[in-house]
Design a protein around this ligand. Structure first.
Ligand code: F6R
Ligand code: MG
Ligand code: MG
Length: 365
């Protein structure tokens, strides 16, 4: 079989109720569109889901990454779902479609994209992570643990085929540059950058033989629009097993609910809660931020699944801890470190407030 491409393209085209979830009708519209595309042979298979208020299109095809037909299909699907959202007067209808007309690639137009092309292995297990009320930097910590931390991934020590380590492709989203860093040799260099999650984001991870292992969405809506337009609510694809981290090693980092940017008004730090699909409905203070994990076996390009990977009691403790951390950090109210630092807040309404009070600032004595 030729190479297949797995594309996950997502957008918030309207919330139900507020920013907490999406209306089932939007999912129906998306399924109809993708079913039609499957009938025409454009996609091999698809799965439509949501995480919070984000509509998630998971598609397999043979057209490679950044293909204009596939991106066009996703764009048209989001436009159709926006129409449905407008009719239902859903909240923020079309909020992530930042441009009026499609021009060949959804990158830079609002939707988030993670995609990878690979030769389907004898067995091809993948986990697709989807998050709401956070930003792409949220994947840095779990990805490092999966692919470079032997305390998380036993295979890095025990499986000789993993001893070579992995190559991390890291983007500097401010300077629009990228760097490739090898682990384990350059782990400390890597951590120096990816610890700054607002600026440096892991885009892809490769085996040293060049095979792709993980791909994340790295779109920052505020970088596109030049102002705050909601959080970026990222997605991530991870291939698993046989020389790659096992499914359990890929899920393990989420047992520690690390602190991410996002939550209420995209302006707060809070813990990332791993939840089953039916709990991907951020409620308290529009959160805490959620992550779901959809497991698939890919069979001749078809998506067998999903299995709801966080629908398991082994993540109960992480959820409990998340609520405890949420109580603690939330009690800071409008103070840092619950509220984001100044540099990030400058993308919100802060400039407007500064302008209003401009004349009131006097020289210090
Ligand atoms: C965060 C998010 C929500 C909104 C909040 C205010 O990513 O989407 O927390 O920021 O509900 O929404 P508006 O300003 O639309 O009333
Ligand atoms: Mg929304
Ligand atoms: Mg969202």
């Amino acid at each position: 079989m030729s190479k297949i491409t797995l594309s996950v393209i997502k957008a918030d085209v309207g919330g139900y109720v507020g920013h907490s979830s999406i209306h089932p009708e939007l999912m129906e519209v998306a399924k109809e569109k993708l079913e039609d595309a499957k009938g025409k042979g454009l996609v091999l298979d698809f799965h439509v889901t949501h995480c919070g208020d984000d509509l998630e299109l998971i598609m397999t095809h043979t057209k490679g990454v950044e293909n204009s037909d596939i991106h066009g299909l996703a764009w048209d699907t989001f436009v159709a779902a926006t129409e449905a959202a407008k009719k239902l007067k859903l909240y923020g209808a079309g909020q992530d479609l930042l441009k009026d007309a499609f021009s060949g690639n959804v990158k830079g137009m609002g939707p988030g994209v993670a995609e990878m092309e690979f030769e389907e292995r004898k067995s091809e297990p993948v986990v697709i992570f989807m998050a709401d009320k956070t930003s792409p930097g949220a994947w840095n910590l779990p990805l490092f643990k999966m692919f470079a931390d032997p305390f998380n991934t036993a295979g890095l020590v025990i499986d000789p085929t993993m001893h070579d380590g992995f190559v991390f492709e890291v983007l500097d989203v401010k300077e629009h540059k990228k760097i490739m860093l090898n682990t384990p040799e350059e782990s400390y260099h890597l951590l120096m950058f990816i610890g700054a999650t607002g600026r440096y984001m892991i885009k892809n991870i490769y085996r040293k033989d060049g095979d792709i292992a993980a791909a994340a969405s790295t779109q920052k809506l505020s970088e596109i629009a030049g102002r705050y337009v909601g959080k970026d609510d990222p997605v991530l694809i991870v291939r698993c097993q046989s020389g790659l981290p096992a499914v359990g090693e890929v899920l393990e980092p989420f047992a520690f609910p690390h602190i991410v940017e996002g939550w209420m008004r995209g302006s707060h730090n809070g813990p990332l809660m791993p939840v089953p699909f039916h709990y991907a409905t951020p409620a308290r203070f529009d959160g805490p931020p959620r992550v779901i994990a959809a497991g698939f076996q890919i069979v001749e390009g078809k998506l067998l699944g999903p299995r709801d990977m966080f629908d398991d009691p082994s993540f109960d403790e992480a959820r409990r801890k998340c609520n405890e951390i949420a109580n603690y950090i939330k009690a800071h109210g409008p103070f840092e470190p619950h509220r984001l630092g100044l540099e990030t807040l400058e993308y919100t309404t802060m400039p407007a407030i500064m302008k209003k009070l401009e004349g009131r600032f006097q020289p210090e004595e």
